[in-house]
Design a protein around this ligand. Structure first.
Ligand SMILES: [Zn+2]
Ligand SMILES: [Zn+2]
Length: 158
């Protein structure tokens, strides 16, 4: 399992690969760590965020952002070249081939879990069906909660 997260203490972006998977999660910049061990797991499945303990997680494709877009861009350029060289069937073929590869990549990409509260990403972990796709309503609830927390903190400081 690999976890990519923003450290709750030093606020830096950090990545951690606990070995074994139930092992402690540590920040690579400061001495923050969290060790809930098996408490974060339901058998082999991760059931709550390993950084903040939040049990609301959504699953999404672990598809590198930008890769899909780069591929579409390449396909368009190649097919434009083919089009200008008077090979319309080749132009169409190139576009279709790229679309197909894109679709296959998407199908075979593994899922990852993302935390609604702290947005930590949990990659290469066993997933069960309890985690749904991204839900805007749940996300909005956490954003509002964070806003309230921030303003409460602000008020207590003044
Ligand atoms: Zn840190
Ligand atoms: Zn979290």
């Amino acid at each position: 399992m690999q976890i990519i997260f923003e450290c709750p203490v030093c606020m830096k972006r950090s990545s951690c690969t606990p070995d074994p998977a139930q092992g402690p999660v540590r920040c690579s910049h400061c001495d923050w760590s969290r060790d809930e061990g098996a408490g974060d797991f339901d058998g082999d499945y991760c059931h709550r965020c390993r950084v903040c303990g939040c049990s609301d997680l959504w699953r999404q494709k672990d598809f590198p952002p930008g890769l899909g877009l780069a591929m579409v861009g390449c396909g368009i350029i190649l097919s434009t070249i083919a089009w200008y060289n008077h090979h319309p069937e080749l132009a169409l073929g190139v576009l279709m081939a790229f679309a197909l590869v894109d679709m296959l990549l998407y199908t075979f990409m593994a899922d990852m879990l993302v935390c609604y509260r702290c947005r930590a990403r949990h990659r290469r972990t066993a997933l069960n069906e309890q985690h749904g796709a991204f839900d805007l309503e749940v996300s909005e609830r956490y954003i509002q909660m964070k806003k309230r927390q921030d303003s409460a903190e602000h008020a207590s400081k003044n």
